[in-house]
Design a protein around this ligand. Structure first.
Ligand SMILES: Cc1ncc(C[n+]2csc(CCOP(=O)(O)OP(=O)(O)O)c2C)c(N)n1
Length: 559
């Protein structure tokens, strides 16, 4: 395509359209001319009630589609937007954030609403560029897409001139819109490792008596599920996964042992603890998936496959590090395997551990007690979860409950979870639904998390973003309840000040905002409520009154 004369606004809008964006998320006042151009190009402009919610929606959009999600904020909203990028950074999500900035003449002289933005974004982005001239746009905007989608996907930030970006977007230049298809989606590249490393990994796996695969979010991004199942089935290797890896293998597969680490299933922690070789695939090997680097124990033999060299051996020194796309690398390992050497005895031991864990949980899952136990809610959700659903979990107990007690048994189901920011789940689910409008999208949040962005119910109603939000409503920060009481110990005082709320009926708020609401107070009502919510023609809040004293499973550690 030849270059032509256009404004900065036309260029930005044309690029976003060219890269396939369907939605952008923002708080007025930013890039007004660009937003007008975007309307002309058929891109939906989702006005949110806070910049953090805009970032979370862009993040949800990006995680489910693996295409960059885009959010905007004016200069004074930059700090709020940056706060909202923390989860995208931790969750390895390709978000492109654009903010305005007053021009150089206004900097460092007490300009209204103006602070330095670079320190805010430095901790939550992998690329942060100031764009002071329209001539920079053809360089920085494509680079933003390349950075966001390559290596470890993460947020990027562009700061454009004018507190609403107006100086840049009104400028004109001779520009050409060039779209590089490769960077529309993660992974942008599928690099292959050195063959001798693949051979070495295959030798270690063949020789190990008790190998286990631990799949992380990088395996999901790479869509390495088929190769993981093939590796597992060809030798009889159990598969554990991080929360981000949940869904990589159907959870009723005979090799699936559950989520490992701190928000975990006992079976997975037991299996990984007993393993003599751990094959980390696209895993950050951080404290959560390893329960503070105790599962597996330091000194366990490790093979680690990752698309980012910086991750190899980061937490388990002596690792055999394989730099490459997880899917392509596993394909390579499979070619070197000696399939005679099966681990059937080890696999059946792993299956026993899974069966023991399920036995332990069974009575709780079907419990009829009042107030409702969360295990029962999870069981009802498992039974009704559509085969193409996206389940979005908030942090804390919401992650533990869904991670350990909701089973994803279909390849078409997707699990996404907050990387730690309480309140992420509900707005993120709206972004998810924008990206995959034909799939059922269900978020699972506590009342404490839901309170953060209740106002986005109005956004959901305004745009007809038809999600189901399950509120595990225990009128408390349930995860904190026992911890606060423990901190008080024998001392007198009011621990409830630190973690209890009033009892609130969220269906009334939902209805006032233009959504539907279904209140559930008895266990036998849950199934029908979820069914009706999934069938509804509007966003729905299913407000489930649960027992604040019920604690999520604690992580298992070896003696
Ligand atoms: C931004 C942020 N602030 C605080 C926390 C700490 N935190 C984690 S879980 C939690 C309680 C969540 O309560 P709720 O959403 O009601 O869920 P419940 O524990 O009751 O299931 C808190 C305060 C956090 N993870 N993120």
């Amino acid at each position: 395509m030849a270059s032509s004369r256009m404004t900065g606004a036309q260029f930005i809008a044309g690029m976003l359209k060219g890269y396939g964006l369907t939605h952008v998320f923002f708080v007025e006042s930013i890039l007004r001319q660009t937003l007008i151009e975007l309307e002309r190009l058929g891109i939906r402009r989702i006005l949110t009630h806070s910049e953090a919610a805009a970032a979370y929606m862009a993040d949800g959009y990006a995680r489910v589609s693996r295409c960059p999600g885009v959010c905007f904020a004016q200069s004074v909203g930059a700090a709020n937007l940056a706060a909202g990028l923390q989860d995208a950074y931790l969750g390895r999500s390709p978000v492109i954030a654009i903010t305005g900035r007053k021009p150089a003449i206004a900097q460092l002289r007490n300009a209204y609403q103006e602070i330095q933005h670079r320190p805010l974004f430095s901790a939550v982005t992998k690329y942060d560029a100031d764009v002071d001239s329209i001539l920079q746009l053809p360089h920085v905007l494509p680079q933003a897409f390349r950075e966001a989608t390559s290596g470890t996907p993460r947020p990027v930030h562009l700061e454009v001139e004018g507190h609403t970006g107006e100086l840049l977007e009104n400028d004109e230049g001779e520009l050409e819109i060039v779209v590089e298809d490769r960077y529309r989606r993660c992974p942008s590249h599928r690099s292959l490792p050195e063959p001798d490393l693949l051979e070495e990994a295959a030798r270690m796996i063949t020789q190990a008596a008790r190998p286990v695969i631990v799949a992380g979010g990088g395996a999901v991004i790479s869509e390495a599920g088929d190769e993981i199942v093939k590796l597992s089935e060809s030798l009889g290797i159990p598969v554990a996964y991080s929360l981000d890896g949940k869904g990589i293998i159907p959870e009723d597969h005979p090799a699936a042992v559950g989520v490992v680490g701190s928000y975990s299933s006992k079976s997975a922690n037991r299996v990984v603890s007993e393993a003599d070789l751990v094959i980390f695939v696209g895993s950050d090997t951080g404290d959560q998936v390893t329960y503070n680097w105790r599962i597996p124990r330091m000194g366990t033999a490790v093979v680690q496959i990752d698309a980012d060299a910086a991750e190899l051996g980061r937490n388990y020194p002596g690792t055999l590090g394989i730099l490459g796309d997880p899917k392509a690398s596993l394909g390579g390992v499979l070619g070197f395997l000696d399939r005679q050497d099966r681990k059937d005895h080890w696999m059946s031991r792993a299956q026993t551990m899974v069966a023991e864990w399920k036995d332990e949980r069974r009575a709780l899952m079907v419990s009829d007690t009042l107030p409702i136990r969360v295990e029962r809610l999870c069981w009802e959700l498992t039974k009704i979860l559509p085969s193409n659903a996206v389940l979005v979990a908030d942090t804390g107990y919401s992650g533990i409950w869904t991670g350990t007690s909701v089973s994803l048994t279909e390849r078409g189901q997707t699990y996404l979870r907050s990387a730690g920011s309480l309140g992420w789940g509900f707005p993120a689910s709206l972004g998810v639904k924008c990206a995959v409008p034909d799939r059922p999208v269900i978020s699972f949040v506590g009342d404490g998390g839901f309170y953060y962005h209740l106002s986005e119910l109005e956004t959901a109603a305004r745009w007809g973003i038809k999600t189901v939000t399950i509120v595990n409503n225990n009128s408390a920060l349930g995860q904190c309840l026992p911890l606060v009481e423990k901190a008080y110990g024998e001392r007198s005082g009011k621990p409830s000040d630190l973690m209890r709320f009033r009892s609130v009926d969220f269906t009334l708020i939902a209805k006032a905002m233009g959504c539907q609401g279904i209140r559930v107070e008895r266990p036998d009502e849950i199934g029908a409520a979820l069914k009706n919510a999934l069938a509804a023609e509007a966003p729905v809040v299913v407000d489930v009154v649960t027992d604040p004293r019920v604690q999520a499973p604690a992580p298992w550690l070896p003696e």
